[in-house]
Ligand binder design. Structure first.
Ligand code: HEC
Length: 119
């Protein structure tokens, strides 16, 4: 009985990992990358996600004025590639380093594109 359950669970996990088709739309692909990288474990979008990091619900708007002379897109890229370059006030400098490691340039770009839509 337990054994069957274990098998079913394994098959199910396998299916989830392997059957989510790679989205062709860049923004949809960005949401997949966001999920795969577990950004939501620390960040909220809307009412979903953790509160260790600042909410990203409006990051497309918030990002622009963060650093003078840096566009929203540049700021978001830097936030992921080099989290310590700017620390959001009243948050700890605990965003993991190396989150972009293993991502293709395209997947990274799509992740940034998705975040920019969160106005
Ligand atoms: C272990 C928790 C954790 C994870 C996982 C995490 N972050 Fe963060 N993140 C933080 C914290 C804490 C901050 C605030 C400190 C700082 O500015 O570095 C932050 C800051 C940010 C900011 C700047 C927000 C602002 O308002 O200026 C962005 C953008 C961001 N994270 C994106 C991401 C993305 C995208 C992922 C997934 C690839 C991710 N984070 C994964 C903890 C996390």
């Amino acid at each position: 009985m337990m054994r069957l359950f274990g098998l079913a669970l394994a098959a199910c996990l396998f299916a989830v990992a392997c059957t989510e088709p790679r989205a062709t739309d860049p923004i949809e692909r960005g949401t997949q990358v966001y999920r795969q990288k577990n950004c939501a474990s620390c960040h909220q979008v809307g009412s979903e996600g953790g509160t260790v990091g600042p909410p990203l619900t409006h990051i497309g708007t918030v990002a622009g004025p963060r650093k003078p002379g840096m566009s929203a897109e540049e700021y978001i890229r830097e936030s992921i590639l080099d989290p310590g370059a700017y620390i959001v006030p009243s948050y700890p400098d605990t965003m993991p380093r190396g989150l972009a490691r293993g991502l293709s340039q395209e997947d990274f770009d799509d992740l940034v594109r998705y975040l920019l839509t969160l106005k």
